[in-house]
Ligand binder design. Structure first.
Ligand code: NI
Length: 210
């Protein structure tokens, strides 16, 4: 049998990353590498390797002689990350508005209308990420896209910290899509800035930082 150590490590990495991004493992929660190893019938080594990789990604904190924890965020860190996010999204909207993929926006708009009466978390997440990503892709700038990708994990994690805002965010997304299709660039910029700032407040509330 060909069991590749790297592939176990990668699988553990992916599994834990998903649990953190979906907040099944909560911010600040201790992660027991022994328990994960035991639950999955593997040795502790690949679990530790996976956790070290997640530490590198900035999603996990390794406290020497204490163990691994899901990273928690201070109010300042949330502000800083959301500032960078806003910087990229607003820049792209201002400079590449004409290049936003209208077909994709129409598709997302249809999806949003279809789920209006029964908004599921998983569908909301997908639409949220896709909608904001259309702004970035409009730049057709691979360096810029790669930079945004670097904070995308944190964007996804934060998405799961403002659950209470889902309905409101959904309405805002619909307004944003509508105004993109109507060609109201200034309005879209205004809507996205206020959307992101409200999201920021929601995240901090969830983290108990406000
Ligand atoms: Ni959003």
């Amino acid at each position: 049998m060909n069991i590749n150590k790297n592939s176990i490590r990668d699988q553990v990495y992916k599994m834990l990353k998903e649990k953190i991004l979906k907040q099944e493992l909560k911010v600040g929660e201790k992660i027991s590498s022994r328990k994960i190893a035991r639950d999955n019938g593997i040795s502790v080594m690949p679990v530790r390797d996976g956790l070290l990789k997640l530490t590198n990604d900035g999603l996990v904190v390794n406290k020497p002689r204490v163990g691994f924890y899901v990273r928690n965020f201070t109010k300042n860190e949330v502000n800083n990350i959301m500032e960078v996010r806003e910087m990229y999204e607003v820049y792209c909207l201002k400079n590449h508005f004409a290049n936003i993929d209208r077909d994709e926006i129409k598709k997302l708009q249809n999806e949003m209308e279809a789920v209006e009466d029964d908004l599921q978390r998983i569908v909301f997440d997908k639409i949220d990420i896709s909608l904001h990503y259309t702004f970035i892709q409009a730049s057709e700038n691979n360096f810029l896209i790669a930079k945004y990708e670097q904070i995308k994990d944190l964007v996804i994690l934060f998405q799961h910290l403002h659950l209470a805002r889902m309905e409101k965010s959904h309405q805002e997304h619909e307004m944003i899509a509508e105004n993109i299709l109507a060609g109201n660039k200034e309005k879209v910029v205004e809507l996205v800035i206020s959307h992101l700032r409200d999201v920021n407040e929601g995240i901090k509330r969830s983290l108990g930082q406000k």
